[in-house]
Write a protein that binds this ligand. Sequence first.
Ligand SMILES: NC(=O)c1ccc[n+]([C@@H]2O[C@H](COP(=O)([O-])OP(=O)(O)OC[C@H]3O[C@@H](n4cnc5c(N)ncnc54)[C@H](OP(=O)(O)O)[C@@H]3O)[C@@H](O)[C@H]2O)c1
Length: 312
Amino acid sequence: MIESSDFRMTRIPLHHGAGQMPALGFGTLIPDAAATITATRDALEAGFRHFDCAERYRNEREVGQALQAGLAAGGIAREDIFVTTKLWNSNHRPERVEPAFEGSLDRLGLDYLDLYLIHTPFAFQPGDEQDPRDQNGDVIYDRGVTLLDTWKAMESLVDRGRCRAIGLSDISLNELLPIYESARVKPAAVQVESHPYLPETELLEFCKEKGIVLLAFAPLGHGMRPGPLEDPVILAVAARVGKTPAQVLLAWAVQRGTALLTTPKTATRARENFDISALPEDAFNEINRIQTRQRLNPVVKTGVPGFIAQGN
Ligand SMILES: NC(=O)c1ccc[n+]([C@@H]2O[C@H](COP(=O)([O-])OP(=O)(O)OC[C@H]3O[C@@H](n4cnc5c(N)ncnc54)[C@H](OP(=O)(O)O)[C@@H]3O)[C@@H](O)[C@H]2O)c1
């Protein structure tokens, strides 16, 4: 971890010289198109330099538009921001990977990506329907492709210089291990739910040992209440250090060596979520000792996103 004198600018190096990921990331899972544009601009203005997107969020065009306008207005170079997007479940067949990647790049208006992730380890029926269902309403999975098949197609994108790094999301350590062992281009990052109620300590230790960035989504517990934002330990630390509960949770995530994704939707919240500072060691350790365990997002069980409306 490269801790600059400014904690908010902490960057985590990716292996093989694939650049550095700003630890504080802005997530673009925002269902409304107009809100996507304003929230992305606000995040850039507040100081966020890491943007997490996905084909499945169906708003890459709006994110791209907001980034182009924001970079131009702020005199910010493309190289100064870190952009990730994700391959959706219905594009796991190797021959679908490159077209899906190029489609995302085109919608984002970019000519390279910093990071491309396999969104979930679940392959759905290949095709343009993102949520293929049978007559009973059950997801139609694709048994004709393995995660390693998809990974090899992802490796070719790195070979051709189309993206600097590749990784996986919504994956357990058990699923990651065989990919890590077989991979020619090793995963640079894994994006998983993580907060004090789901610290993913074993996965984090493995990642640190192998130089993989653990990129935490739901660092605020998806904003659910009750949840980490209302945890008594977090509230007490926040009062003690003069920060908000959200700032404490985000600081804890950075301090333990993960990158994170948060989705403030207003300019005020973007500034709040960017304005974090390191916690005193006793406060950090108190949060590490929270015993509550809770997974909030069921996507890891089925590959179906927890927070995207059906048909959206
Ligand atoms: N790989 C995956 O499967 C996956 C799954 C989910 C998310 N993600 C990524 O992770 C990103 C982050 O999503 P998230 O839900 O994890 O974000 P988050 O920032 O942890 O939670 C968002 C929720 O927290 C609330 N919130 C934000 N800032 C707050 C603050 N300062 N004080 C109080 N509440 C606050 C928001 O409320 P308001 O809505 O009222 O603003 C919203 O309800 C997504 O955009 C996406 O990029 C990935």
